[in-house]
Design a protein around this ligand. Sequence first.
Ligand code: PAF
Length: 284
Amino acid sequence: MQTINRLEDLRKAVDALKIGGKTIAFVPTMGALHEGHLTLVREARARADHVVASIFVNPRQFGPTEDLDAYPRRMAADAALLEAEGVAVLWAPTVDQMYPRGYATNISVSGVSDVACGASRPGHFDGVATVVCKLFNQVRPDVALFGEKDWQQLAVIRRMARDLDLTQPYADDIIGVETVREASGLAMSSRNQYLTAQERDQAAQMSAAMRRAIAAIEGGAELEQSLDTMKAEILAAGFTSVDYGDLRDADTLETLFEWGGRKARLLVAARIGAARLIDNMSVG
Ligand code: PAF
């Protein structure tokens, strides 16, 4: 595996990987890799001749009071994991490479970015859309893989790819991979490291409450009542607050006031200890 920090070197490496019409699958990450990321890499290997992964803790997607400085960074251990999974190139740019002096462009995907996590993290999805667009232009992949754990992020990136007519990758080649969970049901996340052992047990109850709500909604229970019960159960489990717990259209993320059998997603964000955890599941 080649680890590359300079854009000119990445361009040469990507050109070399593409010789003979070979394809590239891309897995962008912020590092602190866990089984969820490695699942993306394995899926990427099944979809293309070569895998390129990136590690870049993107400052533009963190708010001024968020955990940019505390965000776990373990480049050497992450690189070893990626190499063991058969990644060809690790793209690990510096902040100056990504945003050189004079950098001035922002990509903002309105609508889908403004609700749920976008409402409580202003500017977050602009930062995500901007860096992912740049990463796509740098790596020029045939296919890119993202975890469904960040469902809203996936929706924003797909919307951006459609709206900007991206071709590397095309919007249809932006693949969502099912959330990887611990045996307890807790969705894997780099931010789970902020939890104590007790909080980890409590956090696992969020997914259980979500599953009960989905069973109720699919069984015909009143939506608002089902969501209220779910939020109360999450608080009773030890979470200090629930930022949101909504049923939304799976693509546009519009709020649904009744399910009506459509392709929908239950999205939750809640705080426990030092962590703000998100999770989502399909309904229907
Ligand atoms: O999901 C992440 O790790 C990040 O938001 C991403 C997509 C790598 C952009 O920084």
